[in-house]
Design a protein around this ligand. Structure first.
Ligand code: GLY
Length: 372
């Protein structure tokens, strides 16, 4: 019998396991694949703690706090595992690529600069200068110098290695079929013979979480939003900052001379693999903004599925005695993983829901409606 079983070995599940490994709990993690198959490993790795947010709420506060944890986290993962997650605080430029988007970008700028005076509106001359002449003039742009990025692939590997070193039980290639409450514990049935038993269970299965919790008929659900991504190589392009366009296309400079181009968004699509339409969309929008990208070599293309919830608010709650659901981080899973790892581990250890987490409850209230 484990003390805690975490279902899902993405960055959220592994960050919680890593934090819990400081206790003497018996911890296990289960995944239908091995780490490196799904959204975490496939992400662009931009932290984007400001460009995705337009109001000061609990999610925004967690995002900023989590981003601030990355410099130390990258150092401790390097010491612990020898893997460099390539944290870079090289900033982000958000660009309005249609006239209609200028108003919302300006509103976002007004909000962001109240929270962080380093956020600046850029003229086209400043935009071109900051990007070494590589970016075409736009309808508007803002510079978010405190943003950063990591290599999501290395981050996933580092967390995985850390779990191996902490002797956490790992069940891979086992698909969970049901979570059954017994007397004081849960029996988690998989496609293997005997159920896995644990006193506490954390469902951190991203876009697949709702399917595992069907019995609970949760008022808020998670659905998958597929994103396709491309990795290009270009020796001539000198660009440091992440570029994030208001149409959802982004360019994240990676080492060495590589540029990750993301990402399409297709709701309710859980399929794996890229499409001609998706790749053309990425190439067209990225090279319209940065023409030099047309001269790149395509190194890789892949896809992942983000866990989306209504109003984009994560779902982080205890839904039964000792059964937690921690998902719905949509476009922000990499960014939020350090703070969530810390907070959920503390919640389990202390039994006290962390401050701010009532915003993420299954029966959440917001300004507009009451869900249940
Ligand atoms: N965070 C960017 C994306 O989900 O595409």
């Amino acid at each position: 019998m484990h003390d805690v079983l975490i279902i899902g070995s993405g960055v959220i599940g592994m960050s919680i396991a890593r934090q819990l490994s400081a206790t003497n709990y018996d911890i296990a993690i289960i995944d239908r694949d091995v780490p490196g198959k799904h959204a975490s490993y496939k992400a662009g790795g931009m932290l984007g703690a400001q460009n995705e947010f337009t109001e000061d709420n609990d999610l925004y506060k967690l995002a900023i706090e989590s981003r601030e944890m990355f410099p130390k986290l990258s150092e401790s993962l390097l010491n612990e595992t020898g893997i460099d997650i390539q944290f870079k605080d090289s900033g982000l430029i958000k660009i309005a690529n249609q006239e209609d988007d200028l108003e919302s970008l300006t509103r976002q700028y007004e909000f962001l600069r109240q929270m962080d005076s380093s956020v600046k509106l850029l003229s086209n001359d400043e935009l071109i200068q900051l990007t070494n002449g590589n970016v075409e003039p736009a309808y508007g742009a803002i510079h978010i110098p405190n943003d950063g990025q990591i290599n999501a692939n290395k981050y996933t590997k580092a967390l995985f290695k850390s779990l191996q070193q902490h002797h956490i039980t790992r069940y891979y290639h086992q698909e969970v079929q049901s979570i059954d409450r017994r007397n004081g514990y849960y029996a988690v049935c998989t496609d293997q013979m005997s159920p896995i038993e644990a006193h506490k269970v954390i469902v951190a299965s991203g876009a697949w979480s709702s399917q595992l919790l069907k019995n609970y008929s949760l008022p808020r659900e998670v659905i998958g939003v597929k994103g396709e991504v491309l990795l290009l190589e270009n020796d001539e392009l000198d660009l440091e900052e992440t570029l994030f366009m208001t149409n959802g296309c982004y360019i994240v400079p990676k080492q060495p001379n590589r540029f990750l181009i993301g990402a399409t968004s297709e709701f309710n699509n859980y399929s794996v693999g890229t499409s001609e339409g998706g790749l053309n969309w990425l190439l067209d929008h990225a090279s319209a903004r940065v023409p030099e990208l047309k001269n790149s070599r395509v190194l890789k293309e892949w896809s992942g599925v983000r866990p989306y919830t209504n109003n984009e608010m994560p779902l982080m709650d205890q839904i039964d005695d000792g059964l937690f659901v921690i998902t719905g981080h949509y476009r922000n899973g990499i960014l939020l993983s350090p703070v969530i790892g810390r907070d959920i581990a503390n919640w389990l250890i202390s039994g006290i829901k962390p401050p701010r987490y009532s915003s993420f409850s299954v029966k959440r209230r917001n300004n507009y409606e009451v869900y249940y």
